[in-house]
Design a protein around this ligand. Sequence first.
Ligand code: AR6
Length: 290
Amino acid sequence: MTRYHSDIGYFLMTNLPGSISRLNLSLRLPKVLFRSNTGSRNLHCTRRASGIHSHRSLRTLAGGPVSIFDSQKSFISGLNNGGRSSASRVLATMSNERAQTQGLVHFKLSPTCDLKIQKGDITKWFVDGSSDAIVNPANQLMLGGGGADGAIHAAAGPELRAACYEVPEVQPGVRCPTGEARITPGFRLPASHVIHTVGPIYDADSNPEASLTNAYRNSLRVAIENNIQYVAFPAISCGVFRYPIDEAASVALSTVRLFANGLKEVHFVLFSDDIYNAWLNKANELLQDQ
Ligand code: AR6
């Protein structure tokens, strides 16, 4: 598949030293045709499946080894806050290919499915642009909102809202009941699909743990039914819906551990340090023997 990222291509053409761009492009970028603003220079690159790709990370690449060190520092400080990490995982995730993502930590969910926890903006995430999906913590109406939902709609463009509008209402004003999930294309997002789910409003739900479990479980089920191989979750219900972070981490990780089989990778892309650290702590507790 050919994708055009003309602005990123232009940045690469004009800013990266040759050796750095060759090294990192071979590790991080999809099979793309980069085109400069003038359209006069093209560059084909191959990428291994990876995480977040943004102008910011490309700028970091231009900084060379120093910026890689900076990434490792912030990664280590995240783990130190967690206080209970596995040294082998730390080392494994400090390879060059991962150094540009923010604190990416890798766990095994099963022999065929990996879990990756990182900090970042989920709207920037993708793996292959064809069998990948980000999960949108939406509301029941499914026509956009604040938080991650608002950011996802803004990045996907108005086509996403139009596609959501086509999802049938199961009752007036409800396209996706709490705990269920629906899928649409990703439109202008780098990921190919969006899985919309509705987590519980913590203080209003009669059984928030069951509802949050359902939101994760049904998102995974919808992904598998649609031949998605890579899924990225935010911390569902941990923003506007005010689910306590440690409890949410426990529900999220124990649910993906049970129901991710059939996927190649499950990612958590977490916006803030406190949530990232809670997820790492819980993953080290629940997954250390896998
Ligand atoms: N990337 C990753 N995580 C993000 C991003 C982002 N771009 N933006 C926010 N977060 P929330 P909820 C984090 O409020 O609690 C909407 O109005 C955020 O820091 O987005 O399930 C919907 O329409 C938090 O940790 O979702 C619903 O009405 C997490 O994502 C309602 O909010 C979830 O916060 C859903 O509330």
